[in-house]
Structure formats: structure tokens, C-alpha cells
Design a protein around this ligand. Structure first.
Ligand SMILES: [Zn+2]
Length: 152
């Protein structure tokens, strides 16, 4: 079984949600949900709740983390430190929908990916949730640089 921690993050933490997914952690985004619903979902699915709301963090006891900072670098550092997270590209999930990414042969990406991407990589991925196509191009290198800024 997958022992990696899974998260639920509140509405204030949209950017953090994307980074956790890129880092490879299953992270739901609690948008337009009441505090009680958020706490219930975290408990039901065994997810650690990340929140900017101290009271809400308390409401779920030990499985909540009050995120102290508004600054993304500090948020990533706090969560990564608190849960012992690291970046593993083979676990990366869709930043948009949290879907798992599946490796696909370049031929299957031929109609969608820009021609220049085929000169840069032969690694293409399809999101199993929303079908978005990903590949390891220049954008991917920027992501890796940014993760290094975060200390990962
Ligand atoms: Zn997706």
C-alpha cells in the first residue's frame, strides 16, 4: 500500500496544493466547503488537514497542521519539514485535478504536444483524472529549479 501522507488543504492554500501535487502527494483542495465538512472529509479519508485557520487545525486534533505563513516558500518548507516530504518525479500528480499521471508513448501525444517538445523529451504523461497532457520540457526544468529554491 501507499504509505505516503495524503492531504486536504483549505481554500487559503491553493498554491501550496499545486506544489504538493507536483511533489507527488495526493492533495485535495477544500474549495467552497464549510469548516465542519472539511474536518469530516479529512477524518473520513485519513488525510492530514493543512489550514491557515488555527481553530480548524485544532478541530481535527493530531491530524491537522496550522500553516503559519502566507509565503509559499515557507509553507512548503513547513509542510515538508513536518511530514518528512521530498520530491520524487515518479510520483508527480496533476497540478490541476490531483489525478495520477500515466506514462504514455510519444506517439500518443503526437496530435496534442507542440512539435518542439518532441525534440526535448520522449517522456510524456497523461492525467488519469482530467486527461491533461504533460511532458518533461522547459517548463519541467523550471519546476525543478523552483523546488530546489524550496530546499527540496
Ligand atoms: Zn488532471
Amino acid at each position: 500500500m501507499d504509505e505516503r501522507p495524503r492531504f486536504l488543504a483549505d481554500e487559503m492554500l491553493g498554491t501550496l496544493v499545486k506544489w504538493l501535487r507536483i511533489m507527488g502527494y495526493d492533495t485535495l483542495y477544500a474549495k467552497d466547503m464549510k469548516d465542519g465538512e472539511i474536518a469530516a472529509l479529512a477524518m473520513r479519508e485519513g488525510r492530514s488537514l493543512l489550514t491557515r485557520d488555527k481553530a480548524l487545525a485544532k478541530a481535527v486534533g493530531g491530524s491537522g497542521l496550522y500553516v503559519i505563513s502566507d509565503v509559499i516558500e515557507e509553507q512548503v518548507a513547513q509542510v515538508a519539514g513536518g511530514y518528512g516530504l521530498n520530491f520524487d518525479a515518479s510520483y508527480t500528480r496533476c497540478a490541476l485535478c490531483n489525478g495520477a499521471l500515466k506514462s504514455i508513448p510519444p506517439d500518443e501525444a503526437r496530435d496534442e504536444a507542440p512539435a518542439r517538445s518532441f525534440g526535448m523529451t520522449d517522456r510524456f504523461f497523461r492525467c488519469q483524472g482530467c486527461s491533461k497532457l504533460y511532458w518533461e520540457g522547459t517548463h519541467w526544468n523550471k519546476i525543478k529549479e523552483r523546488l530546489r529554491d524550496f530546499g527540496l
